[in-house]
Design a protein around this ligand. Structure first.
Ligand code: PNS
Length: 160
């Protein structure tokens, strides 16, 4: 079975990597889909985010049945065009659930596409790309939240 793990990944964190490692063991193919959503202001371009993901996968030795792609438009269109079986979303805490439940229901409603939700490991539930960027911007330590290559790229980006 093939699954799509979509997100902004602005940037990818070790929490995302944990979910990717776990789902890659359960499914034949995992597509990490970087959403190119113009309505959402991101710190990094879609191509930079893809580069961060590819380097992080190499650094963390997570390779094989995992592919990284980008998409502009509805997630369900990508899922159907690629004959994927499920969307995967990680859940960190209870208040993620309301948003994820609505998205899952909407994607099912408009296209019949099912979503599977994966509970984040407690080690990573406090980590979010937005916090990582804020901590990095002010010179804080993000070394246990992102890969070394992402930490270095953030340092460079924020001129630290
Ligand atoms: O990492 P994020 O920002 O929580 O990911 C959100 C994402 C990219 C999964 C969501 O915004 C999305 O699916 N965007 C693609 C456009 C789309 O299909 N929107 C309708 C979703 S109900």
């Amino acid at each position: 079975m093939k699954v799509v793990y979509p997100g902004s990944f602005d940037p990818i964190t070790l929490g995302h990597i944990d979910i990717i490692k776990r789902i890659a063991k359960k499914f034949d193919e995992v597509i990490i889909l970087v959403a190119n959503n113009e309505a959402k202001k991101t710190q990094f371009s879609v191509d930079q985010r893809i580069e961060f993901i590819e380097e992080t996968l190499k650094e963390c030795d997570v390779q094989g049945n995992i592919f990284v792609k980008k998409h502009n438009g509805l997630l369900v269109d990508f899922v159907r065009e690629n004959n994927a079986d499920f969307i995967i979303r990680g859940l960190r805490r209870a208040n993620d659930f309301d948003i994820e439940y609505d998205m899952a229901r909407l994607n099912k409603h408009i296209a019949g596409v099912e979503t599977l939700m994966v509970a984040a490991d407690p080690k990573f539930t406090h980590i979010a790309s937005s916090y990582v960027k804020e901590i990095a911007k002010f010179g804080g330590d993000i070394s246990e939240m992102v890969s070394t290559c992402v930490a270095n790229k953030l340092k460079k980006h924020f001129n630290l």
